[in-house]
Design a protein around this ligand. Structure first.
Ligand code: 6PG
Length: 254
């Protein structure tokens, strides 16, 4: 069963600050309960603000970095030092500044032509590190694209139908940057204990409303695939993006 929660914040900074504090708490709880914290990061502009807050506002000294294992829920098929790399963004903003053991950092190695092999390799890396069948991440971060995509699962992509692979290569993305990607699939996303969506921007208000309240049509709105089978789905929203949600939805999941 999916436990859905919606939390709304006055602006992106408040959202990022709350998300940072929340993640610190979840990391501490996971380490206390199971001795490790497994998290998958995402790309995009909203997570970037989160990473800045995790570094500055949420007291990194409290974060159990030596028990944390970091993965990426999607990546662009570019070298890791390319400015478009999701790994590079998280590394430069946060990870290079914290005492995370190097061997606990698991970038998606997506450069090169054989993305299917790269995806299979990443699947094995996850299976070797994250307990569960399918592996159950403690926390998985996702964003919502203006077209309804999440991770790198774009509308009408063959990855939407994926039932077996945990990580898959995708065709060239229809949005910037127009490169192929590697992404977690729905079976892996939905095995997570918690999925945290961070969404900001009034330009996405209608799309968010369709994803949360509209009829189910994951081919057009891949974000609707996300529903942890035995976990929490948390939407942290800036108030502009939440403005088309009904009061009923906000009360029900608040
Ligand atoms: C990527 C992301 C992507 C992102 C959304 C939302 O690699 O581009 O992982 O899925 O999360 O497009 O991005 P913003 O937070 O920038 O709106």
């Amino acid at each position: 069963m999916t436990h859905t929660h919606i939390r709304i914040f006055p602006d992106t900074a408040a959202l990022a600050e709350a998300a940072a504090l929340y993640i610190v708490g979840q990391a501490q709880a996971a380490v206390a309960a199971r001795g490790r914290f497994t998290i998958a990061l995402s790309g995009g502009s909203t997570p970037k603000v989160l990473y800045e807050h995790l570094l500055q506002g949420a007291r990194p000294s409290q974060f159990p970095w030596n028990r944390t294992y970091v993965f990426w829920s999607d990546e662009r098929a570019v070298p890791l030092d390319d400015p478009r790399s999701n790994y590079r963004m998280a590394y430069e903003t946060l990870l290079q500044h914290v005492p995370l053991p190097k061997e606990h950092m698991h970038p998606m190695l997506s450069n090169g032509d054989d993305l299917d092999s790269a995806a299979q390799h990443y699947e094995r890396v996850i299976q070797g590190r994250v307990p569960g069948m399918p592996p159950r991440f403690d926390l998985l971060l996702l964003g919502l694209g203006p077209d309804g995509h999440t991770g790198s699962i774009f509308p009408h992509s063959p990855v939407i139908q994926e039932q077996h692979k945990l990580v898959a290569a995708t065709p060239v993305a229809p949005l910037e940057p127009p490169v192929r990607r590697i992404t977690f699939t729905a079976p892996l996303i939905n095995a997570a204990a918690e999925v945290l969506f961070l969404v900001a921007g009034v330009d996405k208000a209608q799309r968010l409303q369709q994803v949360i309240e509209g009829p189910r049509q994951p081919e057009a709105l891949p974000a609707q695939l996300v529903a942890p089978t035995d976990g929490a789905l948390i939407w942290m929203l800036e108030q502009g993006v939440a403005q088309q949600l009904s009061q009923d939805t906000i009360t029900r999941y608040g």
